[in-house]
Design a protein around this ligand. Structure first.
Ligand code: GLY
Length: 596
């Protein structure tokens, strides 16, 4: 029974093949006979059954939803032991860095939104990577000033920013933790030492990326042992990660940002063959998490709150919803092409503003208030008063007391990343999106974890026709993100905790799930599972194999260019209501929700 359940958990991976067909891959790790136990608790079994059935997990006291059952289990153990949502997040992130290393980890960055039940206050922590002090606006340009090809920029040391995740874990624990810091490392250390079963999703991604993973010897040795990609179900041990975790557990974040770990990080970046980077010891030693006010947008009777610059997430999600404020989406319903015309073009308008104005506001003035001002959005929404697709979409002119003489951005963001949602027994709520950017980041592995390629979230061009681009590379700056960890508030209390991976499509995934839950009355499992329709720059992406496909002809008739494709979100959501907590985990990935 236990093994079947694990196979179900891991079988919900990339291929979309029936669970039973994938089960054999993940039943027992190769070499597990040495006593490694695949302990799947009853609540994991329930979570898997709920996800299979398409219903949310129900709980009264606490709930956690994240991208891998082993990580969720680690967080659940912490919550059961009396830990806070912040404590549980630390345990979840440390396990994710091991079992879902392609998406997030100690070598990356994250944004966290926190609702504090005792004070009723919302706050955010910015653990985004920073550009090295030696970085220049031409970092991703060739000798002629032309942008590098994406993967020429990504693979190696050039794209690596100062990791922020270790400092964010420590800061969240200092502010809101209740349990002993070192105890939060137990699950991750045990799994790193004893081994974990490689999931089908991880195995498939390793196989697909084998050429790039082969370039760095440390990365190749781990993911391609003996030259072949690790297989699903293989027992993978990571003793280097276990050592890193021990150093962090005993020495705190200082053990990461100074000393031997920091030295190894900068040596790997500066020594990367063919594509060295400029990250140096000083960049790590001066890294700081930044506490920022949340960015909130009104939507009907709700406040939709999330991460402001350097993320574009909260502004863009808020703009999309704000542009739809005057539309009766509930009456139109999720099957209405007219609803999707409005949502799609609202999204295009938001992306046009995002490309012009959004960047790290510590370096570039960003008109956050102007972009979310109801008067601005009402005026801009008049563009949607038509029956067909907008033929042209350009940025608006929000109110601002700084120059708005900026050119449009061309940053490329491909999907990866991971999202964690938690509500604890005191009613604290945590929404955190965490990333190393591209799948497997820079492909450089140091001491058991992968280094990010977050700097490629900057615009490769610094100027266009002599006009500066807001999201250009600058020393110490944080690259613009699309991550949208969100907490939706009603009457000062959280009603929905949500977020997703997915590159710049994160914004569409999160906005759609919010509309599905708030306007269309879907429970959180339905809302995260529904077929996606995402429009950022003109092409309407419709999720293959989902009901979204049925809207293709109507949207084309309205003038949209339509593309069918996989839309691999990883939404994790928790609703908070009078009947308790409900958790939903995206069926496109391996995650689950557990609650008590
Ligand atoms: N690297 C993904 C994001 O920050 O949006």
């Amino acid at each position: 029974m236990k093994l079947w359940i694990l196979s179900v958990a891991l079988g919900l991976g990339l291929s979309g093949a029936p669970v039973a067909e994938q089960a054999a891959d993940a039943i027992a790790p190769e070499g597990a006979a040495g006593g490694v136990q695949l302990t799947i608790s009853p609540d994991v079994a329930q979570a898997l059954a709920a996800k299979q059935a398409g219903v949310p997990v129900a709980a009264e006291d606490w709930m956690i939803a994240a991208a891998n059952p082993l990580a969720v289990q680690a967080g659940a153990r912490v919550l059961r032991a009396g830990g806070s949502a912040a404590d549980a997040m630390v345990a979840v992130q440390l396990v994710l860095g091991l079992v879902e290393p392609q998406s997030s980890g100690l070598g990356g960055g994250a944004f966290l939104v926190w609702y504090d039940a005792a004070t009723g206050r919302l706050s955010t922590l910015d653990g985004r990577e920073t550009a090295p002090l030696a970085a220049r606006p031409t970092l991703f340009q060739d000798d002629q000033g032309e942008p590098l090809k994406f993967f020429d920029a990504v693979v190696g040391g050039r794209s690596v920013g100062t990791p922020g995740t270790p400092a964010l874990l420590a800061e969240a624990h200092r502010r809101w933790g209740r349990l002993d810091w070192s105890s939060l490392f137990d699950d991750a250390r045990g799994l790193a030492t004893d081994g974990f079963a490689v999931s089908p999703r991880l195995a498939a991604l390793v196989a697909a990326d084998a050429d790039r993973l082969a370039r760095d010897p440390a990365t190749a040795a781990y993911f391609l042992p003996g030259g072949a990609p690790v297989q699903a179900g293989h027992l993978l041990r990571n003793p280097d990660y276990a050592d890193t975790l021990r150093a962090l557990a005993e020495g705190g974040e200082g053990a990461f940002y100074t000393g031997p770990i920091a030295q190894d990080i900068t040596a790997a970046v500066q020594g990367a063959p063919g594509n060295p980077g400029v990250l140096g010891p000083v960049d790590l030693s001066i890294y700081r998490v930044v506490a920022r006010d949340p960015v909130c947008a009104s939507y009907r009777i709700y406040e939709v709150c999330g991460m402001g610059p350097p993320s574009s997430g909260a502004v863009a999600v808020g703009q999309i919803l704000g542009l739809l404020e005057g539309v009766d989406l509930a009456a139109l319903g999720p099957g209405s092409a007219e609803a999707w015309r409005l949502i799609g073009d609202a999204s295009r308008l938001a992306f046009a503003d995002r490309g012009r104005y959004l960047a790290d506001s510590d370096f570039v003035p960003v008109p956050v208030q102007g972009l979310l001002a109801p008067a601005y959005l009402t005026d801009r929404a008049t563009l949607l008063r038509r029956t067909d697709a907008l033929s042209e979409v350009t940025p608006g002119r929000p109110d601002f007391d700084h120059t708005l003489n900026l050119a449009d951005d061309e940053a490329i963001e491909l999907p990866s990343t991971s999202h964690i949602s938690i509500v604890d027994r005191d009613g604290n709520a945590l929404s955190m999106t965490t990333t190393i950017e591209n799948g497997f980041g820079s492909r450089l592995m140091v001491r058991g974890f992968l280094l990010n390629n977050e700097l490629t979230d900057f615009s490769f061009r610094s100027h266009k026709d002599g006009v500066p681009i807001a999201n250009r590379v600058e020393p110490g700056k944080r690259p613009r993100s699309s991550m949208a960890p969100t907490i939706v508030m009603q009457d000062g209390k959280p009603v929905l905790v949500i977020g997703s991976p997915g590159g710049s499509r994160i914004i569409g995934y999160v906005a759609q799930a919010i509309v599905a839950h708030l306007d269309w009355g879907m429970d959180v499992q339905e809302a995260v599972a529904m077929g996606h329709l995402v429009n950022r720059f003109g092409t309407y992406d419709l999720e293959t194999g989902s009901r979204a496909e049925t809207l293709a002809a109507s949207l084309e008739a309205m003038g949209f260019k339509v593309g069918l494709r996989e839309l691999n979100s990883g939404l994790h959501a928790i609703s908070v209501g009078p009947r308790g907590l409900r958790g939903g985990a995206d069926p496109r990935r391996e995650g689950i929700a557990i609650g008590d």
